[in-house]
Design a protein around this ligand. Structure first.
Ligand SMILES: NC(=O)c1ccc[n+]([C@@H]2O[C@H](COP(=O)([O-])OP(=O)(O)OC[C@H]3O[C@@H](n4cnc5c(N)ncnc54)[C@H](OP(=O)(O)O)[C@@H]3O)[C@@H](O)[C@H]2O)c1
Length: 305
């Protein structure tokens, strides 16, 4: 039977891509619903009206309130959570309440760095709450869990920033590492396609799935962006040692960008690489963006801004 799906965090940065792709594939699914906060219901009215126009049921409620969630969970088979970093831990009760309702499958909000990549992973600060959610979920027997590990979003990585930067308007980039370190990226729209792939291949997508769109080094990104902008960019490099120093200082001074610095250090160190194939094939090998397509989109977006 086509599953009834509830999306939480549906209008967030990655949630909107996930929701858009689920809506595009709605003939594969049963009832589609989202749960959103009152604040979002009051501020993102046109976005929510558009979703309602597509036949999506919109519940307004508080994801920390059992009564609100149990109401939204009624008749739901699959919950896709895309909640933000600020509320990762609230997924512990969300999974518990799901296990007490009709829900048989839950996608906790991951869509990023592999929090169990290697022996250093358990000590990385940004991983702590997601690790807690995974540990709790292991105690639940009647709900199947899917953790989609996508690595960094290429849309966000190839952008102006404080820790590594790609600025199309001024043709300037700050590259992390020596420029030859490979990073496996996923484009944000592809995250949505990969979630749909999991929903359409339930038996093959239980547990942790390691997926991506493309793999590239900072120097390959630079070559592509220079070629597409037909210009030589001004470039500087932040070595891995300098990046580690910057990361340490950021944590010590309570800089809110510290999480980004840690994640980028992990990616620069090889934390998105594996000696086994990706799991895209298990879920129907959805069509993914190439580096060239992603760069084209990045240039268009930055030039429009
Ligand atoms: N791989 C990457 O490069 C990358 C980059 C960014 C994020 N991520 C991951 O993607 C997942 C979703 O992150 P996001 O950036 O898309 O989320 P987000 O836009 O910050 O938030 C998504 C939704 O979470 C709900 N929420 C409620 N209270 C919140 C709070 N105090 N703080 C944050 N969110 C709150 C909101 O739902 P309502 O609208 O209903 O209020 C919000 O729309 C996370 O697991 C994050 O780690 C990965």
């Amino acid at each position: 039977m086509a599953p009834n799906i509830l999306i939480i965090g549906a209008t967030g940065a990655i949630g909107k891509h996930i929701t858009q792709q689920i809506v595009s594939a709605k003939s594969s699914f049963g009832r589609l619903a989202i749960l959103t906060s009152e604040k979002t219901a009051n501020t993102k009215t046109s976005e929510l009206e558009k979703l309602k126009g597509e036949g999506i049921q919109v519940f307004v409620g508080d994801l920390t309130v059992e009564e609100d969630m149990k109401k939204a969970y009624q008749g739901i088979d699959v919950v896709v959570s895309a909640v933000g970093r600020g509320v990762i831990e609230t997924q512990i009760p969300l999974i518990k309440w799901a296990s007490e309702a009709s829900v048989s499958r839950f996608f906790p909000s991951e869509y990023g760095t592999d929090i169990e990549h290697d022996s250093k992973s358990p000590n990385e600060k940004p991983h702590q709450l997601k690790l807690k959610v995974r540990a709790f979920a292991k105690t639940i027997n009647n709900v199947k869990l899917t953790y989609l590990v996508t690595g960094p979003y290429s849309d966000m990585f190839i952008a102006p920033g404080k820790v590594g930067s790609w600025d199309v308007k001024v043709r300037e980039a700050t590259l992390l590492g020596d420029g030859n370190n490979r990073i496996a990226f996923t484009a944000m729209a592809d995250v949505g396609k990969l979630v749909v792939g999991c929903l359409q291949h339930p038996a093959e997508s239980e547990g942790v799935l390691i997926v991506n769109s493309f793999t590239a080094t900072p120097n390959e990104i630079l070559a592509e962006i220079e070629s597409q902008t037909a210009s030589k960019w001004k470039t500087t490099y932040i070595s891995l040692d300098e990046l580690k120093k910057l990361e340490k200082e950021m944590w010590e001074t309570g800089n809110p960008t510290a999480t980004t610095a840690t994640l980028r250090r992990i990616w620069t160190e090889g934390g998105t690489l594996y000696d086994r194939p990706r799991d895209n094939g298990l879920i129907g090998e959805p069509n993914m963006k190439t580096l060239a397509e992603q760069i084209k989109q990045v240039i268009q977006k930055q030039m429009k801004a």
